[in-house]
Design a protein around this ligand. Structure first.
Ligand code: ADP
Ligand code: F6P
Length: 319
């Protein structure tokens, strides 16, 4: 194997740079050249790539985001777009491709694999909604960002006797909301995976208020409802003020945590080794602290289930 390519696609996350660096350094040690396509599948279809040598990936490990940039490309979803991408890969002399991204990007990787091109996917999305890996890249950093923000908001919530609805990202997944609620001692986590009764929650908040507990933190997964609507319902039903904070894209950036730096480095190395070994059409994953490979076919048709012990923990802690 002489030359491999790498790209970052979909929503960016912290740890992508550390992962690119690891893949490049691993490849160079194996005398494999590395190129990086800019802006995900969009750049791939344009043949927009740079050579990645040691210098290109130095000083990037601790930065959030992705220096190769990311994008969403509807055109790549079409057979025509994928054919163009394939042509560009061949023109660039790439013999394999490493794709970092979420479930959409990994579906794209599977499409290229089905067309016969050697691809390895790396799960990278703060949503942690990708099966066959305990954690995706960027999740730990996003959670640390969230708990920092929630801790800050708790201070002002208690000073002003207010209830806060704090909306976190996650698309259709409640993972970030659930874990953040456990880690911050929030009163409620409202997630798409579990039905909730707003009237019941309001009644409980009212009861707490009458017992003298005059502030509350409700962490809302973005896929579970409208933050302002929920806050308005609560305001009408309880005796104290409500406020809404939408954490938004703040969650996705910042220096990666040690966990994400290590995971990124392990995923990057593994992806290159797999391709060099002739194993393709797979995704790297973390399972019981081991780095494993699962066929993309399985990943894409699989479903990430919330961990039972975490759900029980949330229940025991009254969330
Ligand atoms: P993420 O990878 O973070 O889940 P998206 O769902 O937006 O983000 O996907 C990123 C890109 O991956 C899309 O813009 C598109 O180019 C490609 N993609 C998504 N779904 C598919 C699919 N089913 N088939 C082929 N390519 C896809
Ligand atoms: O998939 C990652 C994610 O951050 C989701 O949690 C969120 O819904 C979405 O991307 C936001 O996308 P954009 O950055 O395009 O606004």
């Amino acid at each position: 194997m002489k030359r491999l390519a790498i790209l970052t696609s979909g929503g960016d996350c912290s740890g992508m740079n550390a992962c690119i660096r690891s893949a490049v350094r691993t490849a160079l040690r194996m005398n494999i050249e590395m190129i990086g396509f800019r802006k995900g599948y969009l750049g791939l279809m344009k043949g927009d790539f740079i050579t990645l040598d040691t210098k290109a990936v130095s000083g990037i490990l601790h930065h959030g985001g992705t220096f190769l940039q990311s994008a969403r490309s509807p055109e790549f979803r079409t057979p025509e777009g994928q054919k163009v991408a394939l042509d560009r890969l061949h023109e660039a002399g790439a013999e394999g491709l490493v794709v970092l991204g979420g479930d959409g990007s990994l579906s794209g990787a599977l499409a290229l694999h089905r067309l016969g091109f050697p691809v390895v996917g790396i799960p990278a999305s703060i949503d942690n909604d990708i099966p066959f890996t305990d954690m995706a890249l960027g999740v730990d950093t996003a959670l640390n960002n969230i708990i920092y923000a929630v801790d800050c908001i708790k201070d002002t919530a208690s000073s002003h006797a207010r209830a806060f609805v704090i909306e976190v990202m996650g698309r259709n997944s409640g993972y970030l909301a659930s874990i953040a609620a456990i880690a911050t001692g929030a009163e409620y986590a409202l997630v798409p995976e579990r039905e909730f009764d707003l009237a019941d929650i309001c009644q409980q908040l009212r009861g707490r208020y009458e017992e003298g507990r005059d502030n509350a933190i409700i962490i809302l997964a973005e896929g579970a409802g409208q933050a302002h609507q929920i806050a308005d319902s609560i305001k009408d039903a309880i005796g104290f003020e409500t406020r809404v904070t939408v954490l938004g894209h703040y969650q996705r950036g910042g220096a990666p945590t040690v966990f994400d730096r290590l995971l990124a480095s392990r995923f990057g190395k593994k992806a290159v080794e797999l391709l060099d070994d002739g194993t393709c059409g797979v995704m790297t994953g973390l399972s019981c602290n081991n780095i494993v490979a699962t066929p993309l076919e399985e990943v894409i048709k699989g479903e990430k289930r919330p961990q039972d012990d975490l759900l029980r923990l949330a229940e025991v802690l009254g969330i």
